[in-house]
Design a protein around this ligand. Structure first.
Ligand code: HXC
Length: 271
């Protein structure tokens, strides 16, 4: 990946030297690029995913961002299983020396009207997104509390600000994640933990956007044209917001939801 595709030229080399980031859903399009940017700027990383091959390959690829970078890929890890996360966090600490940053990015999504959504379909997404995020916090918090700069970013969305057709399950889950992030900030803020949400709008090249636009591409074209900032989002936009929140420039931002969507949701009511 060309550096300008995932990193703005404003950041300084080495700002994350000695930091370790633990990322669920780390092989996905957005989270892998967030991780790559942090690694490029000095961090080491542990990424988790369900698919073993995809996760290991993503880890290898991310490690190329900086000579000497250590990136562990832990496949076969389902965030719905607390013991799997616990084992992954322990391995991360053993091999990389600790956990300073967490990106809770694992998510499930499919497009379906409520009329076609079974109770188990709804539950599956709630379990991956909400319970999975809770499990991630529980498994990493003891390690985060030993860091001099413990920070968490949750990858959410914007469409639950209004509710969204065909996304009732995801919309409910992302609302819960925003709330959970705020509770973490309130409970653990006094212990130095920062807990913030990044809410991407539609991001070019992601599975989510492809799925949402697959049935009605004309809707996606209309969406793109109406984005107040005049363009669709990129993975670099999300990586840059991540760097800012984890950097020393972001130390007083806590318990916030930060949409990175070119003001799209204000115009559209959700991505
Ligand atoms: C209706 C569906 C369905 C579909 C699954 N189900 N797909 N129902 N329409 N298209 C139902 C199944 O029938 C089943 O219910 C229940 O969901 C669980 O399905 P499983 O396949 O057993 O679940 P599981 O193997 O755990 O897979 C979870 C998953 C899957 C969410 C269904 O899609 C997944 O693993 N996704 C992870 C990757 C992913 O989605 N990434 C994209 C994230 S994008 P029954 O009743 O039959 O038992 C994202 C961004 C959103 O989140 C923002 C966009 C802008």
């Amino acid at each position: 990946m060309n550096e300008s595709e995932y990193l703005s030229p404003v950041w300084r080399d080495g700002i994350f030297k000695g930091r370790v980031v633990f990322v669920t859903g780390g092989a996905g399009t957005i989270c892998s690029v967030q991780t790559r940017a942090l690694v490029r700027l000095g961090a080491n990383a542990c990424i988790l995913g369900r698919n073993v091959e995809k996760t290991e390959k993503a880890a290898e690829d991310i490690a190329t961002a900086r000579p000497g970078a250590k990136v562990i890929g832990i496949g076969g890890c389902d965030v719905r299983k607390p013991e799997a996360l616990q084992a992954a966090a322990d391995r991360c600490v053993k091999e990389l020396g600790g956990i300073d940053f967490v990106i809770a990015g694992a998510a499930g999504n499919f497009i379906v009207p409520m009329s076609g959504m079974s109770s188990n379909a709804f539950k599956s997404v709630m379990d991956i997104d909400v319970l999975g995020t809770f499990n991630t916090i529980k498994a990493t918090m003891p390690h985060l509390l030993r860091s001099s700069s413990p920070r968490i970013i949750y990858v959410s969305a914007t469409f639950h600000y209004t509710g969204a057709p065909l996304q009732a399950h995801v919309s409910a889950a992302k609302a819960a994640i925003d709330s959970l992030a705020a509770s973490v900030a309130l409970e653990y803020g006094p212990l130095g933990v920062q807990s913030n949400v990044i809410a991407p709008g539609g991001i070019e090249g992601t599975e989510g956007l492809a799925r949402l636009s697959s049935d009605r591409p004309e809707d996606m074209e209309a969406y793109k044209k109406q984005i107040p900032s005049g363009r669709i989002g990129t993975v670099r936009d999300i990586a840059d917001a991540t760097i800012f929140l984890f950097s020393d420039a972001g130390t007083y931002i806590n318990g916030q939801v930060i949409p990175v969507d070119g003001a799209a949701w204000r115009r559209q009511g959700g991505a």
